[in-house]
Design a protein around this ligand. Structure first.
Ligand code: PYC
Length: 309
């Protein structure tokens, strides 16, 4: 019987399950290399932790690993129902809340090594966490795609730690009651944009008017067809890159992004390289720890390694 210790939290409604003990040995070195080994040799571990019957499609896992850069408090590999994520903003906020819950970190600044670079998280004594994410940028503006059953739609392709297609004009109502239709629509957008030769876009983001006092509301489709209950940290970073490139938000100004639930992240940015449109986004939010558990992996259980589609 293998046992895995996890701590669960949610960030603006989006869950994170941090594996704090019982994870696979990945051999150290850069976290990007550890991710490759995790992907190729331990995919059933990923599925066991986040998929049904122990988890669900919406759960994001975070495996704590040894950072190569010893100035970092931790290394992390994020994963979901279908694979690994390059980076995860809500998950980093959840990870920091988890490390604080364990007494492993105190309020202050902590570096975390992810597969796509080092991010810097600042924990305040009131529980707010600000994540200075990886440099973010837009690669294409106003890309027209033909969406099956809908017709043409236009959006931007941007990197915020994951690749996003961001759509402002779509005619959809961004409400919880409309989630099924939004999921179906954004899934078809994703299929359409990925015929265009960009780096694989794995998240699609729709924007609409705010409903909870923010600057904008979003709906974010994640790679495994679940929607982000939070405003999406990497998605908000991609949005900031677009706003910066369009001159719609100044350096140091605040952008409040609402999720489809109405939970919020506050974003700000600084230019890294203005000529290249590269910004350093800082995303602020809160996570709440809501469970500590031991997962049991019993080979006699036919669904020991999770239900995989
Ligand atoms: O917050 O970056 C994020 C994220 C990515 C997927 C789910 N949440």
């Amino acid at each position: 019987m293998n046992k895995i210790s996890v701590i669960d939290s949610h960030t603006g409604g989006e869950p994170t399950r941090v594996v704090v003990a019982g994870g696979p040995e990945l051999g150290g070195g850069p976290v990007a290399g550890q991710l490759q080994r995790f992907r190729s040799q331990h995919d059933r571990f990923r599925s066991a932790v986040v998929n049904e019957p122990r988890g669900s499609d919406v759960l994001v896992g975070a495996l704590l690993v040894e950072p190569e850069d010893k100035s970092c408090a931790a290394g992390v590999i994020f994963f979901n129902n279908v694979g690994c994520l390059a980076m995860c903003g809500h998950g980093t906020i959840g990870l920091i809340a988890t490390l604080a819950h364990q007494g492993k970190i105190l309020p202050g600044t902590h570096k975390i090594e992810t597969p796509v670079g080092i991010v810097t998280a600042t924990l305040q004594s009131n529980g707010l966490v600000s994540v200075a994410n990886v440099p973010s940028y837009r690669t294409a503006k106003g890309v027209a795609v033909e969406v099956a059953g809908h017709g043409p739609i236009s959006g931007d392709v941007a990197w915020g730690g994951n690749w996003f297609f961001l759509v402002g004009e779509h005619g959809c109502e961004l409400s919880l009651g409309n989630v099924e239709a939004l999921t179906d629509f954004t899934w078809r957008i994703r299929q359409a944009v990925n015929t265009q030769g960009f780096p694989e876009v794995d998240h699609v983001e729709l924007f609409g008017p705010p409903q909870s006092g923010g600057d904008s509301r979003n709906f974010v489709l994640c790679p495994g067809k679940a929607y982000d209950r939070s405003p999406c940290g990497t998605g908000t970073s991609a949005k900031l890159a677009c706003l910066a490139a369009d001159g719609q938000l100044g350096e140091g100004e605040t952008w409040v992004q609402e999720s489809i639930l109405g939970s919020t992240f506050t974003g700000q940015y600084h230019w890294v390289n203005r000529a290249r449109g590269e910004i350093l986004p800082v995303i602020t939010g809160t996570a709440h720890v809501n469970a500590e558990a031991t997962l049991w992996l019993d080979e006699a259980d036919p669904f020991c390694w999770g239900i995989r589609s």
